[in-house]
Design a protein around this ligand. Structure first.
Ligand code: TXA
Ligand code: MG
Length: 333
């Protein structure tokens, strides 16, 4: 299959993309978090093609994207008052909520579970595509399973050329990290996947109890969190301090290894000996900037001859928690 790329500024992009989805094809589209690889929820064959294109295990469910709140009751069996409050507060935006699914919703999309993940994206292109298609789009992140998510149209092209019909290129994603995935159990918010909407914000805005799903049972409920994730080609080692990073870099150099460094604006100057294989994620005082560049940074090293990547760590609070979740998983690959 030939993959076409169309700029989001092309006035025909939405109509073309919606036509492809309606006839069972796959379209990569931008969202405010990362790019998604979408298929019409109504077309089970197309849903299966998403798993094939990504090399994704069939028990790792997809996120269902909707344009309007009134579509939700047609997909799920119940919406609790706390869930409704979260919807009113955070939709459209980067919050995915797990609901019990109605029987007619394809179990291909739900990975065989009796629940589904739903979100309403705020990105104008994603919204326009959902509006024009007039029905939900199932879309995981637009990357080969296990690799860093795609936050530019060209990164999606690198992974998915030949296996999707169209990529709508809108440049760099504003968020850079995937949506926060939550599930409500007994009026407590369980964070199954940390993201841009933080534990602190969820707690402050809802007044509800919020916990990270760390128990094996909870993690089991979000199958995606068990798999290898976000991995660059070279191994990533996280170093707790600049001293630790510099000393490890020296050791690696002595072993004849080419070293890459994933750093921040504040510390970049200390790694001058490792240029040009140094990537600056942004300022430590602006974690939104760091989030936006995580996947671009990890993918940058795939275009270099580095044997090993040494990365800085971040305090695991607020957005730092989601950043560390991604970096830790990338380093465990
Ligand atoms: O920001 C995002 O969420 C992006 C954009 C494209 O919307 N999408 C995305 O999808 O990150 P994906 O497929 O890469 O991640 C979906 C996550 C996985 O960890 C999956 O296991 C979890 O959501 N998930 C989906 N359905 C679930 C369910 N029924 N129960 C528990 N977890 C679920
Ligand atoms: Mg993903």
């Amino acid at each position: 299959m030939q993959t076409r790329v169309i700029e989001s500024t092309d006035p025909t992009s939405i109509l073309q993309a919606s036509g492809i989805l309606a006839s069972g094809g796959l379209v990569v589209f931008p969202t405010e978090t990362v790019y998604g690889i979408g298929a019409s929820l109504a077309n089970e064959e197309a849903l299966k093609h998403i798993y094939q294109a990504k090399g994704r295990p069939s028990n790792n469910p997809l996120i269902i994207h909707i344009a309007h709140q009134d579509i939700l009751p047609t997909l799920v069996t119940s919406i609790t008052p706390l869930e409704q409050k979260l919807i009113d507060l955070f939709w459209p935006g980067p919050l995915t909520i797990i609901f019990p699914k109605q029987a007619h919703v394809s179990s291909v999309a739900s990975g065989g579970l009796d629940t589904i993940a739903v979100r309403m994206p705020s990105h104008p292109v994603a919204h326009a595509l959902l509006e024009t298609l007039g029905s939900p789009i199932a879309a995981p992140s637009a990357n080969i399973s296990g690799r860093p998510s795609a936050t530019t149209g060209s990164d999606a092209f690198v992974d998915l050329q030949g296996s999707v019909d169209l990529i709508i290129d809108d440049g760099i994603s504003s968020g850079g990290l995937e949506s926060t995935v939550i599930r409500i159990i007994n009026d407590t918010i369980h964070i199954l996947r940390p993201g841009t909407i933080t534990k602190e914000v969820l707690k402050e805005k809802t007044g509800a109890e919020v916990i990270y799903a760390e128990k094996a049972d909870d993690l089991h409920a979000s199958p995606g969190t068990q798999y290898r994730h976000y991995a660059p080609n070279a191994p990533l080692i996280l170093c707790e301090s600049m001293e630790a990073l510099l000393s490890r870099a020296q050791q690696e150099k002595e072993l004849g290894h080419t070293v890459g460094v994933l750093t921040t604006t504040e510390n970049k100057g200390s790694y001058i000996n490792y240029e040009p294989y140094v990537y600056n994620l942004g300022s430590r005082t602006n974690l939104a900037e760091v989030s936006q560049h995580i996947y671009i940074g990890l993918r940058f090293f795939n275009t270099t001859p580095v044997d090993i990547i040494l990365g800085e760590t971040f305090p695991p609070e607020d957005l730092g928690r989601a950043i560390m979740d991604k970096l830790t998983k990338a380093s465990q690959a």
